[in-house]
Design a protein around this ligand. Structure first.
Ligand SMILES: [Zn+2]
Length: 230
């Protein structure tokens, strides 16, 4: 009986994890749509068409990082990884779980990935949603998933998420180091780093956290003797 209980526990845990992962894929998709779907009017004033822009890899990674730090995703984490950032290569906080889900969206033909050359002949990716397929999914998407994402990315001053953009600023004039910021076009303000909130803003992606290690030399002979003493 103990065996059966344990087996069921594990089954429930796996099912819960699967549910959390599915919700995270939907949040990721909705996050993408917020920042890259735009509306344009065609054929006079009557017909509004939604279309997708291309979003560069470093912008997407910054948005995902910000989502993780604000508790948006249930199953995503981040760790420092070497990556192309603008025209430089540097360590940035990257989510392997999000990368896996982006690959899933590409396989399911919801997302397109394009390889671009930078002015310094390095290659980066840009992402675009495949409009028709995504539109269908967005209309069917649970409202609470949409709300989760909108809450994280809305402007704290005007409460709206429709005028919030990701922008990049040079660290210093002429510097190749670019820093992401979230900006509300309506309030003309940076919104991701507020004086009253002490945590880092979206630029925290550029500050991999140091993990402290305690190192002491180990003699292989002593180690083997200890391990196999009995
Ligand atoms: Zn605002």
């Amino acid at each position: 009986m103990i065996y059966e209980k344990t087996y069921n526990d594990i089954k429930v845990r796996i099912e819960n994890l699967e549910m959390q992962r599915k919700r995270d894929v939907l949040r990721l998709l909705y996050l993408l749509s917020l920042f890259i779907m735009r509306t344009r009017t065609v054929g006079g004033k009557d017909i509004e068409m939604r279309y997708s822009l291309w979003l560069k890899e470093h912008a997407l990674k910054a948005l995902i990082y910000y989502g993780i730090t604000r508790g948006l995703f249930e199953t995503y984490d981040y760790a420092p990884a070497l990556s192309i950032w603008g025209s430089l290569t540097r360590f940035i906080n990257t989510s392997n779980e999000a990368e896996r889900d982006l690959a899933k969206l590409i396989n399911n033909r919801l997302l397109q990935r394009l390889r671009l050359a930078t002015p310094t002949y390095r290659y980066i990716f840009a992402y675009r949603l495949i409009d028709d397929e995504v539109e269908k999914l967005l209309t069917e998407m649970p409202e609470d998933i949409k709300r989760d994402v909108e809450e994280v990315f809305k402007c704290p001053f005007c409460g709206d998420w429709k005028n919030v953009y990701i922008k990049f600023e040079c660290e210093r004039h002429g510097s190749e180091k670019i820093i992401p910021i979230l900006y509300c076009e309506r309030c003309k303000k940076r919104i991701d780093k507020l004086p009253e909130i002490p945590e880092r803003g979206i630029d925290g992606i550029l500050h991999p956290e140091d993990v402290e290690y305690e190192i002491e030399p180990v003699s292989i002979h002593e180690f083997m003797e200890e391990e196999y003493r009995d």
